[in-house]
Design a protein around this ligand. Structure first.
Ligand SMILES: [Zn+2]
Ligand SMILES: [Zn+2]
Ligand SMILES: [Zn+2]
Ligand SMILES: [Zn+2]
Ligand SMILES: [Zn+2]
Ligand SMILES: [Zn+2]
Ligand SMILES: [Zn+2]
Length: 116
């Protein structure tokens, strides 16, 4: 599984400055976080983007990561209050400007994202 490039035909909302969704910088363009998806407005449609696994956003296990941005007992998941971010083949959660990946009772640090 590598790069998604399909469209939301049913997508009514047009993302843009001040649309209410979190905008992030991704490889030189702006995407919007929307229900755990990374949406990129492209002409008259919306593309699905996924953060690549690489130098800036590794998919490593970091069991000693304890940034204190949330309670230790907090488990990320749909509706947990953090925004889901697609990263490689999994979903991370945006916490204090970086990606948290829930893993075996701790949060892995999958690197920073630049919000705008
Ligand atoms: Zn939006
Ligand atoms: Zn993108
Ligand atoms: Zn881990
Ligand atoms: Zn953290
Ligand atoms: Zn969470
Ligand atoms: Zn990740
Ligand atoms: Zn976390």
């Amino acid at each position: 599984m590598s790069h998604h490039h399909h469209t939301h035909a049913e997508h009514q909302h047009r993302h843009g400055e001040g649309c209410g969704h979190t905008a992030i910088s991704h490889e030189g363009h702006t995407d919007y976080l929307h229900d755990g998806h990374l949406h990129h407005v492209h002409g008259d449609h919306t593309d699905e983007h996924v953060l690549g696994v690489g130098e800036a956003n590794r998919a490593d296990c970091t069991p000693s990561h304890a940034c204190g941005a949330h309670e230790k007992a907090h488990t990320h998941g749909p509706g947990c209050g953090h925004e889901g971010v697609p990263h490689g083949d999994h979903t991370d959660y945006l916490v204090a400007g970086h990606l948290h990946h829930p893993h075996a009772g701790h949060c892995d640090d999958h690197g920073g994202v630049q919000t705008r």
